[in-house]
Write a protein of this length. Structure first.
Length: 115
């Protein structure tokens, strides 16, 4: 089992920045990739970004150039720096880890961007 705990959400004005963190614990050996998803009210959960164990990254087009995902393998922690935030970025953000064909999820952290 893998446990994921997110932190760093909050309320910010449009144009501002936030940094999300996700700490993994438990059976972390064998985690292939970690990433972030988000779910806005009334919408489906949306993939945002992924980083592999080798450090390769990928982003959804709507956040490219504004969000940066990084990973500290030694600390089993993944971060997402979010800049130039927009009201459309308002959502609950979930950390995800993929390990041996299984998905693990954090409890989510709320990000609210005011206009």
């Amino acid at each position: 089992q893998v446990q994921l705990v997110e932190s760093g959400g909050g309320l910010v004005q449009a144009g501002g920045s936030l940094r999300l963190s996700c700490a993994a614990s438990g059976s972390t050996f064998g985690i292939n990739s970690m990433g972030w998803y988000r779910q806005a009210p009334g919408k489906q959960r949306e993939w945002i970004a992924t980083i592999t164990s080798r450090g390769s990254t990928n982003y959804v087009s709507s956040v490219k150039g504004r969000f940066t995902i990084t990973r500290d393998n030694g600390q089993n922690t993944v971060y997402m720096q979010m800049n130039s935030l927009k009201p459309a970025d308002t959502a609950v953000y979930y950390c995800n880890a993929k390990r041996i064909g299984r998905d693990y999820w954090g409890q989510g952290t709320q990000v609210t961007v005011s206009s």
